[in-house]
Write a protein of this length. Structure first.
Length: 291
């Protein structure tokens, strides 16, 4: 701990020592008396100064609301409820969640980027200049694939089959991780999204996409094995992905996030992941990247 003497604290705060002693006497400044001398933790002085900071209208609030934005996930939604963390969710896709995090509108964002990088989530967070104090915490690895009607009536095995047979494809909104994955897989097959017979408008969550396939409005779509199982659909695996939470450092150490992360080590969390299917929770709670 970095402790300042009275003279050092006065110099650090650009105050006279007399004024500093007045603040001590009034109990208005963080300090501690040790063997007859006043000491001031530097980090507490920083917090004291920031607590009185006047912010113009439109400036990012000092503390974001206890909301996890970003991508939808069945296991995450359940965990937020069961953990007793007090965290709510606002699901609107990976990039939508990150945008809200940068504006101070959510405390964390659930992300699953897809790119040519070896670890797309780490690469994406590392390149966010406005997120200079980021912490990337692992939640799970998830299995993504094609959701198909029971019995797979059109015998769709690959994206090449989907393209060749003009199957109606339920898609996610731009900026969603599943949309990034679809774009990446199509590029590998020498195709692009405009080559698809798309269902419009895009589905806002994996559950919405599953409902579109279940109802017959679409022949297929990309979502998690958990979404397929929940809707009683067939599932054709395509890829495993990292599903992580990104947040600022001060949020990571806050009580709601810490309570939530402690829950990830409980047997009930592991058991629920097995029930939902398509999860590897070995990364849960691990710090995968920080800056």
């Amino acid at each position: 701990m970095d402790l300042l003497t009275t003279a050092e604290a006065a110099d650090y705060l650009r105050l006279g020592e007399r004024k500093l002693y007045e603040l001590i006497a009034e109990g208005r400044i963080p300090c501690s008396k040790v063997t007859g001398k006043w000491l001031f933790p530097r980090h507490e002085l920083d917090r004291w100064v920031m607590s009185g900071l006047a912010r113009p209208a439109g400036m990012i609030p000092p503390e974001p609301p206890p909301i996890v934005g970003g991508s939808h996930d069945d296991l995450l939604e359940w965990s937020l409820r069961q953990s007793g963390s007090g965290l709510a969710s606002l699901t609107e896709g990976t990039e939508g969640g990150v945008s809200r995090l940068l504006r101070g509108e959510v405390v964390a964002a659930a992300i699953h980027y897809h790119s040519d990088s070896a670890d797309a989530n780490i690469a994406a967070v590392a390149e966010m200049p406005r997120l200079y104090d980021a912490v990337l915490v692992g939640f799970a690895r998830r299995e993504q694939g094609l959701l198909l009607p029971p019995g797979n009536p059109k015998s769709l095995q690959t994206l090449a089959d989907v393209l060749a047979r003009g199957a109606k494809v339920a898609v996610r909104q731009r900026g969603a991780g599943a949309d990034m994955l679809l774009t990446l897989l199509l590029a590998g097959a020498g195709a692009k999204q405009t080559d698809l017979n798309r269902l419009e408008p895009p589905c806002l969550t994996g559950s919405d996409l599953a409902a579109a396939v279940r109802s017959g409005r679409a022949d297929c779509g990309i979502a998690t094995r958990s979404a397929a199982r929940g809707a009683g659909l067939d599932f054709m695996p395509l890829a495993w992905e990292s599903f992580d939470l990104v947040m600022r450092q001060r949020a990571y150490f806050g009580p709601p996030i810490q309570r939530f992360l402690r829950f990830l080590s409980e047997e009930s969390f592991t058991g629920r992941a097995a029930e939902l299917a398509g999860y590897d929770v070995s990364p849960a709670g691990q710090i995968r990247f920080f800056k």
